[in-house]
Design a protein around this ligand. Structure first.
Ligand code: NAG
Ligand code: NAG
Ligand code: NAG
Ligand code: NAG
Ligand code: NAG
Length: 943
């Protein structure tokens, strides 16, 4: 084993450790989580009438109805809702949302809250399917079984209700995929998914999941059922949140993606499991479902979802602007300064702010109260409305003519308590917290002589709580053409001209990608900036996402986005451009923002997204090493052992492959190629780095195999067990037939593959031949160029000497160990289904159909190879006479597939390797089975 192998193995282990550390730190550093726990008194009523006369899956899964104990009767009589849990999820996860719905609908046990009784709304009946914690993320047929069951469950549930009742479906994680697969269905009124990977399956080992995603994509694009996807952002460790974004439909159907970091009143990233119980999210989901029960039309459903799960990206519905009395007489007119600042107001008043020349926008902040019915959930009575007034003379003594000023933006932004972390860990945002942000365009005056203009702010309901702050901002945007290359290792400073209520910063050239993380530090002129109403608050907006960060002295802000990302097609958006908005009461003197790239964060983000690429690429590395070792044998050299062929690969091939990987990263390939970056030049170093790491890991995996084989090989030597080389074992065909029957009837082929691996491992461990003494074996294998053409073979082979026989045995052993390494790296591709099977076996028993996994042919070539390896000592994979070209060249396509596609659709790699395994069996191994004369074939058969 060469020194370079040790170095490479050590380096990649070190890198893996670093990336792991970075990835596990990103969630808390990029976007901390602040969620309140939810409490409930749950009960789950099993639905025994939903039995096998409804669905053949009745024995495997179950359906239950949630009831809040002591709050509502057990009779279902409201609007049905179906909850579908995700991968390894439980039906009990519905309890938080269902309990919140009950406690919002009933103000006290069995008493309907006046808010709902006056509007003839119905309570919700939450049904939940129990999938026994099936691992649906790894196995297409499992998702299909779940979908079939959910569809029957909907039919059953609706049979309990009056005709034409529709159902609301909620799905968590993969449950959202099941929910989407139910479409099209006239029985579903709307779908809310939580942390669901719509765009990209989290585990890409199963071809059937890919097919399912294709079908779902069509439904997402064209089905008219309203859908809303809630995403957790950087705090979601299980799925990358870019996968949670719904594709933009071409038809006008309601599709909304809401990030919890932008969700009003939540403003935190939410972990994958936390999404169902985070109080700030659950009551909004429950409320939206309650309100949806009363409406029929798709448009109204969408409006309700927009209202209760609002993320500031949609301007509120126009109907909410009603109630503004434009003709109301002004209470009292006070000439005000340019900035209106009221702290804890106690009197109802109207303030007139003269419109300065050049002003284009008016901004008003109101903490805790409401403007035009936009308010935090438990708002204080403080109320403000904004009008634009004109008078012919500049004196306000004459009653001006006032009109309503329609907002351009009306939203809630977080109210950050100075000195406390944001969001507060384990607590998050309070329901009374929130600042209403009102922004309106002040109409341009036609002529200077038209008189004076004011913006009138009427404040009412003032009871000494809250504050109001408003003023004019010129619509100037700080725009800088910095690109990511300006920030690689040094700060870029963006000056903030003067204190203003609202500042816009745009960096249109800056790369905005899930892998890019920027560190922003605020520079203040004075140290103390405490006790201000609105300390500078930064909002980072990207399409479909917004994130608020307090700009404090001590903690830098890590900007990250999810729209453009590896493997995600994003035709609708550009991946350039970072938009920042700073909200501030102008009391702190913010001088500049310093931005630089955050390498640690980027490492973590890349690590979390690319670990799944490692198995596919590792198979590619192993294949290439096998290709090289066969090449040496083809030209007559001794077959190198695994360490040797890995170091040949590392020295002879890896450098050029690193270069190819680097330059291929610049090609504008489709998103499913290579690492899914579509030729983004900045990410070109990722591919060679990953290739280097994967090569190192293959080295390490081989050392591990050696360590594992060592005890067995000692036992093998001590017992001196000899191989049975006397002929083809008669029971080979019989055992094959037995396995065929087993795979066909009971076990999935993945289990048989694991069995093959175990047998082969045992074969390799116990049949280690002693190294031959012949000098030929000491020839370093590198002296034979693996790519040189064939030398003519000797026509009359000499009789095999003892040294030659030993060399033949050694060659066979080295072939076997190469095969072992290959099968070891194929294991991660089959292991997930294996886990699903074991899990299903434990919960549902053998009766469960495991469709599509009983294909004996998938495992057959490995069975033959492993069986052959266990009884032959001849160099069984030598080139045969009848080979027109050496079949080693057939290793090239799977290797290319592994590198170009393996990171995305890993199952393709398995299929391509399977083809070569079949060729090996048919061309090289098969003849020795039916030819019978296996022993003489390799070395002594006349050519
Ligand atoms: C299923 O339940 C219905 C209603 O309870 C009952 O009539 C039917 O016989 C049941 N079917 C089976 C197969 O148990
Ligand atoms: C159900 O809907 C269909 C079609 O919209 C209508 O013809 C039928 O009368 C409705 N039935 C009830 C009971 O409302
Ligand atoms: C809709 O529900 C009814 C029962 O109310 C059922 O008969 C029908 O098959 C369902 N349609 C679909 C598409 O699931
Ligand atoms: C406001 O006053 C105008 C004229 O004085 C009148 O036409 C209009 O109907 C009034 N609007 C409301 C909402 O009272
Ligand atoms: C930034 O804002 C500008 C102007 O509103 C808009 O055109 C652009 O698409 C935004 N970019 C991003 C990345 O949101």
């Amino acid at each position: 084993m060469s020194r370079i192998s040790y170095a490479l193995g050590a380096v990649s282990l070190f890198l893996v450790a670093i990336v792991y550390k970075a990835a596990s730190e990103t969630t808390s550093s990029l976007s901390p989580q602040g969620c309140r726990m939810s409490y409930m008194s749950p009960s789950y009523l099993l639905q025994p009438h939903f039995n096998s006369s409804w669905t053949h899956l009745a024995k495997r899964y179950s359906l239950s109805l949630y009831r809040e104990v002591g709050w509502e009767s057990n009779e279902p009589r409201g609007v049905p809702v179906l909850f579908i849990p995700g991968n390894a999820g439980s039906s009990h996860q519905i309890r938080s949302i269902a309990s919140s719905a009950a406690r919002q609908f009933y103000s006290s046990p069995y008493t309907v809250s006046p808010e709902f009784s006056s509007r003839s709304l119905k309570p919700l009946d939450f049904y939940a399917v129990e999938y026994n914690e099936d691992l649906s993320a790894f196995h297409g047929p499992t998702i299909e079984a779940e979908t079939t069951y959910a569809a029957s469950a909907i039919s059953y549930i609706l049979s309990l209700y009056p005709a034409n009742t529709t159902i609301i479906v909620m799905g968590h994680s993969m449950g959202g995929i099941v929910a989407t697969s139910l479409l099209p269905s006239p029985n579903i009124s709307a779908i809310i998914t939580m942390s669901t990977p719509h765009a990209l399956p989290p585990a890409r080992f199963d071809r059937r999941i890919a097919a399912l995603y294709d079908r779902n994509h069509a439904a997402l694009m064209y089905d008219s059922t309203p859908m809303l996807s809630l995403c957790g952002g950087a705090g979601d460790l299980m799925i990358p949140s870019e996968a949670c974004i719904l594709p933009q439909p071409e038809t006008p159907v309601y599709r909304r993606t809401v990030f919890s970091s932008a969700l009003e009143g939540c403003w935190t990233s939410v972990g994958h499991q936390v999404m169902v119980w985070c109080h700030q999210v659950r009551w909004r989901v429950a409320r939206a479902a309650l309100e949806m029960g009363a409406v029929e039309s798709m448009g109204e459903l969408g409006a309700i979802l927009d209202r209760w799960l609002r993320d500031g990206q949609t301007v509120p519905h126009v109907s909410s602007l009603e109630g503004l009395d434009v003709n109301a007489t002004l209470h009292e007119i006070l000439p005000a300064e340019r900035i209106l600042a009221l702290h804890k107001p106690t009197e109802a008043r109207t303030y007139l702010l003269p419109v300065p020349t050049g002003a284009t926008n008016f901004v008003l902040y109101l903490a805790g109260g409401s403007i035009l019915s936009m308010k935090p959930r438990s708002a204080i009575p403080l109320l403000a409305d904004v009008r634009i007034c004109t008078a012919s003379s500049p004196s306000p003594s004459e009653t001006p003519q006032c009109n309503s000023l329609a907002p351009r933006t009306l939203e809630l932004i977080p109210d950050i308590a100075p000195g406390r972390p944001f969001p507060v860990p384990h607590e998050g945002v309070d329901e009374s917290q929130g600042i209403v942000h009102f922004e309106a365009v002040v109409p341009v005056m036609s002529r200077e002589s038209d008189g004076a203009r004011w913006v009138a702010v009427s404040v009412s309901g003032a009871d000494g709580r809250g504050w109001v702050m408003g003023g004019f901002v010129d619509n100037q945007v700080t725009e800088k053409a910095y690109s990511i290359h300006d920030m690689l290792y040094k700060d870029v400073s963006i000056p903030i001209d003067k204190p203003s209520l609202q500042t816009e910063v745009r960096l249109p050239q800056l790369l905005s990608n899930a892998l890019a993380v920027y560190r922003v530090t605020a520079v203040y002129s004075s140290q103390s900036c405490s006790d201000v109403r609105l300390p500078p608050l930064l909002r980072h907006t990207s399409p479909s996402e917004a994130h608020f960060h307090p700009l404090t002295h001590d903690r830098p802000v890590l900007l990250h986005a999810h729209t453009a990302a590896p493997f995600i097609p994003h035709p609708a958006f550009s991946d350039r451009g970072v938009n920042l908005t700073i909200f501030s009461s102008g009391e702190c003197e913010l001088q500049a923002l310093r931005i630089r790239l955050d390498w640690w964060g980027m490492l973590g983000r890349a690590g979390a997204r690319y670990w799944a690429a490692a198995p596919g690429w590792a198979v590619g590395v192993v294949i290439w090493s096998i290709f090289l070792s066969w090449g040496i044998q083809d030209v007559g050299g001794p077959v190198p052992n695994v360490s040797e062929s890995l170091s040949i690969f590392t020295r002879a091939v890896l450098p050029s492959m690193l270069a190819v990987a680097f330059f291929a990263s610049f090609l504008p390939l489709p998103v499913d190629y290579l690492l899914g970056n579509s030729g983004e030049a900045f990410f070109s170093p990722i591919a060679p780095t990953l290739l280097l790491m994967v090569t190192g890991l293959v080295h390490v995996s081989w050392w591990l195999l050696c360590v594992l084989m060592w005890p067995l090989s000692r036992v093998g030597r001590m017992t001196g067990r000899q191989r049975d080389d006397s002929g083809i074992r008669k029971n080979t065909l019989f055992s094959m037939f037995l396995i065929f029957i087993l795979v066909f009837l009971i076990i999935p082929w993945q289990v048989a593959f694991l069995g093959c691996w175990a047998i082969h491992f045992f074969t390799c461990a116990t049949h280690t031949p002693p190294p031959p003494l012949a000098p030929s074996s000491t020839t370093p294998p590198t002296s034979v160029s693996p790519t040189s053409r064939y030398p003519p073979r000797s026509r009359s082979p000499p009789p095999p000497s003892a040294a030659q026989t030993a060399q033949t045995h050694l060659n066979a052993h080295h072939h076997n160990t190469h095969l072992l390494l290959l099968m070891t790296w194929l294991l991660p591709l089959v292991a997930p289904v294996l886990a699903v099977w074991v899990r299903t076996l434990a919960t549902a028993g053998l009766t469960t159909p495991f469709d599509g996994d009983h294909s004996f042919w998938t495992v057959a070539p490995y069975l033959v190879l492993v069986d052959f390896a266990s009884w032959t000592r001849s160099s069984f994979l030598q080139r045969e006479d009848h080979e027109f070209v050496s079949i080693r060249w057939f290793w090239i396509p799977p290797a290319l597939v592994a590198f170009f596609w393996g990171a995305y659709w890993t199952y393709e790699v398995f299929d391509w390797v399977w083809i070569v395994a079949c060729l090996m069996v048919v061309i090289r191994v098969g003849p020795k089975y039916w030819g019978g004369a296996y022993w003489s074939s390799a070395s002594t058969r006349s050519r």
